[in-house]
Design a protein around this ligand. Structure first.
Ligand code: 13P
Length: 245
């Protein structure tokens, strides 16, 4: 039996006010009441909704993630959030290296690595995202690109307190899902490159109620990182309640 307990995570990105967060949780929490505890259920709200989220989800099995974390505990870093600020709200995971900050804010693998190291040093579990662009895949460079992101982004990171999310950029928000077998192949390669048989590797990119069961039945995929479909409580509940054959 594998010890890799799947992590089903919703990434709300820049969506959801505090009012919307409360409404969402009042619908979502009843829908996961009988979900098997063989999986972790996680949501990453925007920073402004973290406190409301923590209060509204108190006593439930839902775990909190941030969408980023800085490598310093405090200092002159406008717009950044420190791990200490997250711990105050019982945040357990921190997404780092998502393709959006990589693309829009030129996040480098070195910065991502510093964020991940800081997260682990404070007891947070980093969810480190990797993945290739459309062009890189067309040129057949996906393995080289992802391997570099893994090697540089995960330097000195303990794989036992880590989640890696394989998110092919061309599949994010496009409705184009990576074939489950191909996502499975890349997730297996990532685990091999990190050289950690128990490493949790998620898939992300247009995950929906209609494809979750197929994805979660793959041998090397240990969960999903869901954008758009996590914004609707019913569709995310269906994803959380995926069925394994
Ligand atoms: P979508 O599920 O909207 O494609 O987004 C995936 C993602 O970026 C999750 O982090």
């Amino acid at each position: 039996m594998s010890v890799r307990k799947p992590v089903i995570a919703g990434n709300w990105k820049m969506h959801m006010t505090c009012v919307q967060t409360k409404q969402y949780l009042s619908q979502f929490l009843p829908l996961i009441q009988s979900t098997s505890d063989d999986r972790h259920l996680v949501i990453a709200p925007p920073f402004t909704a973290i406190s409301t989220f923590a209060e509204s989800a108190l006593g439930s099995r839902l775990e909190l993630s941030s969408q980023n974390v800085h490598w310093e505990d405090d200092g002159a870093f406008t717009a950044e959030v420190s791990p200490l600020m997250l711990l105050e709200h019982d945040v357990r995971y921190a997404i780092v290296g998502h393709s959006e900050p990589r693309k829009y804010f030129s996040e480098s693998d070195e910065q991502i690595n510093r964020r991940a190291i800081s997260a682990q040093a404070h007891g947070l579990i980093p969810i480190v995202c990797v993945g290739e662009t459309d062009d890189q895949r067309e040129r057949g460079e996906e393995e080289r690109v992802i391997r570099r992101q893994v090697e540089q982004g995960l330097e000195e990171i303990d794989p036992k307190r880590l989640v890696v999310a394989y998110e092919p950029i061309w599949a994010i928000g496009t409705g184009k899902t990576c074939e489950a077998s191909e996502a499975n192949r890349i997730c297996g390669l990532i685990r091999k490159w990190v050289d950690a048989p128990d490493l949790i590797v998620q898939y992300g990119g247009s995950v929906k109620p209609g494809n979750i069961d197929e994805i979660m039945n793959m041998s090397d995929i240990d969960g999903v990182l869901v954008g758009g479909a996590s914004l609707d409580p019913e569709s995310f509940a269906r994803i959380a309640n995926y069925k394994r054959k």
